[in-house]
Ligand binder design. Structure first.
Ligand code: 13P
Ligand code: SF4
Length: 304
């Protein structure tokens, strides 16, 4: 089948089945191009809640698709490649979180949305890279257990007088850890007038050297609004396709070309077509886990 035939088939299936494709900003260009909606984790969660589609084809990683199921249990959520598992989310299993909670009984728990559903079920509130600072400040306790990303914990800590304890101590995103200070200094000397925008999953030194630290869609917004016409981008390289497409008059340079998330790239036109045809693999979250996790996600969504 040619690429055009494949795309034609996907479009027909979407119409016939009242299905939509939600895609994260890191998806392959051809996947972004056939999606009804492209966004960051927070936007995708909100979109999953409000869509009138019967089937959501979720082109992102496991925790994002699970969040869509938790918020929208009546919908069928299908992930084209089941192997799209975020390694950071795996770094905080429920038993480790329970142990940390026992050690800090007076702390509330804020978890990055990049977590397993079983861990979300034990959290007081969820956050994303877009709202982590706001969420920690909105919590009731002075001490907060925060996981699994120690770099996002650092980002939140810069905006609060609360004590933030990272759980686990060394949780991180392997893709964002490819972005190191040497890369940033080299990129800055090649493009001295460029604004530097990085994701809060980057290491503290890189965050401290940036003009802006924000979520992937926050980066898109800044690039639209900033007067500058050159940008150094510190996140997974997939975002650059959207940036170049939406603001072709500006120039974008990745700080590191090796910041690639292999799990995000697992969805392809071919497996999206198969997923639409077979309506599987369906994402399932056990109902009791979903009920508890939903409370923590809804607490986040209620914070404006
Ligand atoms: P955003 O919510 O900023 O898109 O980030 C999600 C993610 O997994 C970044 O690695
Ligand atoms: Fe997980 Fe990092 Fe990939 Fe985001 S980029 S999905 S945090 S591994």
């Amino acid at each position: 089948m040619t690429r055009e035939e494949l795309i034609g088939k996907i479009e027909r299936q979407k119409r016939n089945k009242n299905a939509i494709i939600l895609a994260h900003n890191y998806q392959r260009p051809e996947v972004q191009d056939i999606a009804e909606f492209i966004g960051d984790s927070l936007e995708l969660a909100r979109k999953a809640m409000t869509t009138s589609a019967d089937i959501i084809i979720f082109c992102g990683v496991d925790f994002m698709a699970e969040t869509a199921v938790i918020l929208n249990p009546a919908k069928k959520v299908v992930i084209p490649d089941r192997g799209a598992i975020c390694p950071m989310a795996q770094q905080l299993p429920a038993d480790s979180l329970l142990a940390a909670k026992r050690e800090h009984p007076d702390a509330e728990v804020v978890l990055y949305v990049n977590t397993l559903a079983e861990s979300k079920a034990l959290a007081d509130c969820i956050c994303t890279s877009a709202n982590a600072r706001k969420i920690v400040n909105a919590m009731d306790t002075q001490t907060i257990l925060f996981g699994p990303d120690r770099n996002l914990a650092y980002h939140a800590q810069q905006a609060t007088t609360k004590t933030i304890i990272p759980v686990p101590e060394h949780g991180l995103c392997p893709s964002h850890h490819q972005i190191v200070m040497d890369d940033l200094l080299t990129a800055k000397s090649a493009h001295p007038d460029a604004k530097v925008i990085v994701h809060p999953e980057c290491i503290p030194e890189v965050q401290d050297s940036a003009d802006y630290i924000t979520s992937t869609s926050g980066m898109v917004k800044i690039c639209h609004e900033e007067a500058a016409d050159e940008f150094l981008i510190g996140t997974e390289v997939g975002l650059l396709y959207r940036l170049k497409k939406e603001t072709p008059e500006k120039r974008f340079y990745p700080i590191s070309n090796t910041a690639v998330c292999p799990q995000m790239k697992m969805h392809t036109l071919a497996n999206i077509e198969t997923a639409l045809e077979n309506e599987e693999p369906v994402v399932v979250v056990p109902s009791e886990t979903a009920r508890k996790a939903k409370k923590a996600i809804e607490r986040m969504l209620a914070i404006p």
